[in-house]
Design a protein around this ligand. Structure first.
Ligand code: ADP
Length: 199
């Protein structure tokens, strides 16, 4: 019999800290789906949907999509059956308002752990400029990258204190190889959660 553990997780950190890369590893380790609002928005932009048309200009300017719209999208996604036993959120919540909306969606049950991926601003800007050369993301020009760092500092960084007060923060140094960072996250999370199935 496989024991089911519930893991409601969040990965948070400045743009370029490597959240997406680490998110897929964490999701696999704990057997939960990753829910990335950035990926959802980008897929909609690529697909030319109504939602994509609504958010494209905002995203390309490095601004945040309005909370009401973002909250609605996450609420729909969390209602899908694969999220019933847990999930890993990447890129949401990003504002204090979104934290309160999420609290409501999961009905008072708290997140089990929040991974904070820490990285120095100049390091992440350099990484994003490199990614811009390779992938050509529309929001990866230097001016927009710097603006996204400011938006993070103003709107998202205050959430760290909030999760720390809730006693669920797992802070991890994001500098190092993908493997090294993955190891740090795994040991930090394992210490906080029940051992993952099959270990
Ligand atoms: P990064 O972490 O590299 O900035 P993401 O892929 O998480 O990139 O997000 C890309 C963009 O999508 C953000 O700059 C923002 O415009 C929009 N976005 C993603 N998540 C949210 C959110 N929770 N609230 C508002 N806007 C969001």
């Amino acid at each position: 019999m496989t024991e089911t553990i519930t893991a409601r997780l969040l990965i948070i950190g400045p743009p370029g800290a490597g959240k997406g890369t680490q998110a897929s590893r964490i999701a696999e380790r704990y057997g939960v789906p990753t829910i990335s609002t950035g990926d959802i928005f980008r897929a909609n932009i690529r697909g030319g949907t109504e939602l994509g048309r609504r958010v494209q200009a905002v995203i390309e300017a490095g601004e945040l999509v309005p909370d009401s719209l973002t909250n609605e999208i996450v609420e729909d996604r969390l209602a899908q059956p694969d999220a019933a036993n847990g999930f890993l959120l990447d890129g949401y919540p990003r504002t204090v308002d979104q934290v309160h909306a999420l609290d409501g969606m999961i009905g008072g049950a708290s997140l089990d752990a929040v991974v904070l991926l820490e990285a120095d601003t100049e390091e992440v800007v350099a990484r994003l400029l490199k990614r811009a050369e390779l992938e050509g993301r529309a929001d990866d020009t230097e001016a927009v990258i710097r603006h996204r760092q400011e938006v993070y500092a103003e709107q998202t960084a205050p959430l760290v204190e909030l999760f720390s007060e809730r006693g669920i923060l797992v802070a991890v140094d994001g500098l190092g190889s993908v493997e090294e960072v993955a190891e740090r996250i795994a040991s930090g999370l394992d210490a906080r959660l029940a051992a993952p199935t099959g270990r």
